[in-house]
Design a protein around this ligand. Structure first.
Ligand code: NDP
Ligand code: MG
Ligand code: MG
Length: 341
């Protein structure tokens, strides 16, 4: 059983006595900054020159500085810029300005696990990673609750990195739900695997194949959209509330029986073997290398794949249908690019 932490296990005053710099004010950055501030912590947001995020942070009453200035004044530096830019920001602006003994905090283990950032031995290095998108992390905090976090210490230079990590986790509201003890390696590898094999990659491909199978067999695309995409949310909500068992309890006996006999025909054991290969590429660093090499080259592969995905025939069908849905507010469907998993 994993080791769990709650509010009573953490001392908020530890982080309240530190100056904290949060680098990045996106999904996670805004949530961490505002929750820390509202927990009585001295926060400065570090952003690059001309940053589009600057006005957002200032409008919330936060102090904003350049990354170099924010880091130079900080006891705790939280790196919440996108994973693929972190090592550049670290090398150019964080490392040269980092105070002796300052702690480094991550929201995901990617750059440490794959060696893109190698902090000097004198720094505590820990992770507090909410298991939910930043906007939920902020909303739950405001409502007096919290999104569970996972907590890991990679480097305990001070001997008190765990106490600091738990204090930080409490300040962003995570320990109101629970903190789960993990390692950078476990968090990084399982996070990448989950999003690739199941949550993002697996589900997207499953939906597309389902839609293609129905429309190629001559069924109407609008009807196919409802059956293989729209209803997914209702099913996932049931699974989320009460496991696969609750979903099977709630659907008709026909659907439940079809689940048992046809699920294993669609998702065959070789899918599990493929998952093993995806995991092996994550563990060996091959996935990270491919992602970073493409990003460093200006992301040609990423951009082409994104475009191909946006052009899949299910997308225009969905766009038209969602206009008819009274329950989807315009603001929900006009997403902007970004990651949440
Ligand atoms: P975002 O893509 O939302 O971060 C964007 C922010 O980073 C913006 O404020 C942007 O500023 C800033 N930024 C971009 N480039 C630079 C730069 N070169 N220097 C300084 N700031 C820069 O990131 P996320 O919040 O999605 O991810 C942050 C971390 O949290 C990652 O490690 C991620 O894996 C992890 N995480 C994310 C989750 C999520 O919900 N999204 C969930 C759990 C963990 P500008 O306006 O200048 O572009
Ligand atoms: Mg149905
Ligand atoms: Mg992820």
């Amino acid at each position: 059983m994993a080791e769990l932490f709650y509010d009573d296990d953490a001392d908020l005053s530890i982080i309240q006595s530190k100056k904290v710099a949060v680098v990045g004010y996106g999904s996670q950055g805004h949530a961490h900054s505002l929750n820390l501030r509202d927990s009585g912590v001295d926060v400065t947001v570090g952003l690059r020159e001309g940053s589009a995020s600057r006005a957002k942070a200032e409008n919330q009453g936060l102090k904003v500085a350049t990354v170099a200035e924010a880091v130079a004044g900080a006891d705790v530096v939280v790196i919440l810029a996108p994973d693929q830019v972190q090592r550049h920001v670290y090398r150019d602006e964080i490392e040269p300005n980092l105070k002796d003994g300052a702690a480094l905090v991550f929201g995901h283990g990617f750059n440490i696990r794959f060696g893109y950032i190698k902090p000097a031995a004198g720094h505590d290095v820990f992770m507090v990673a909410p298991k939910g998108p930043g906007h939920l992390v902020r909303r739950e905090y405001v409502d007096g609750r919290g999104v569970p976090v996972i907590v890991a210490v990679e480097q305990d230079a001070s001997g008190s990195a765990w106490a600091l990590a738990l204090s930080y986790a409490k300040a962003i509201g995570g320990l109101r739900a629970a903190g789960i003890k993990t390692t950078f390696t476990e968090e990084t590898e399982t996070d990448l695997f989950g999003e690739q094999a199941v949550l993002c990659g697996g589900v997207s491909q499953l939906i597309q194949y389902g839609f293609e199978t129905l429309t190629e067999a001559g069924y109407q695309p609008e009807v196919a959209y409802f059956e293989v995409l729209h209803e997914l949310k209702l099913i996932v909500d049931l699974i989320w509330e009460g496991g696969i068992t609750k979903q099977r309890w709630s659907v008709s006996d026909t659907a439940e029986y079809g689940d048992y006999v046809s699920g294993p025909r669609v998702i065959t054991p070789d899918v599990k073997a493929n998952m093993g290969q995806v995991l092996a590429d994550i563990q060996s660093g091959a996935f990270a290398e491919r992602f970073i090499a493409d990003q460093d080259a200006g992301a040609p592969e990423f951009t082409a794949l994104r475009e191909a995905g946006q052009n899949h025939p299910i997308e225009p069908v969905g766009r038209e249908l969602r206009k008819l849905f009274a329950w989807v507010k315009p603001s929900d469907s006009d997403y902007t690019e970004g990651s949440a998993a």
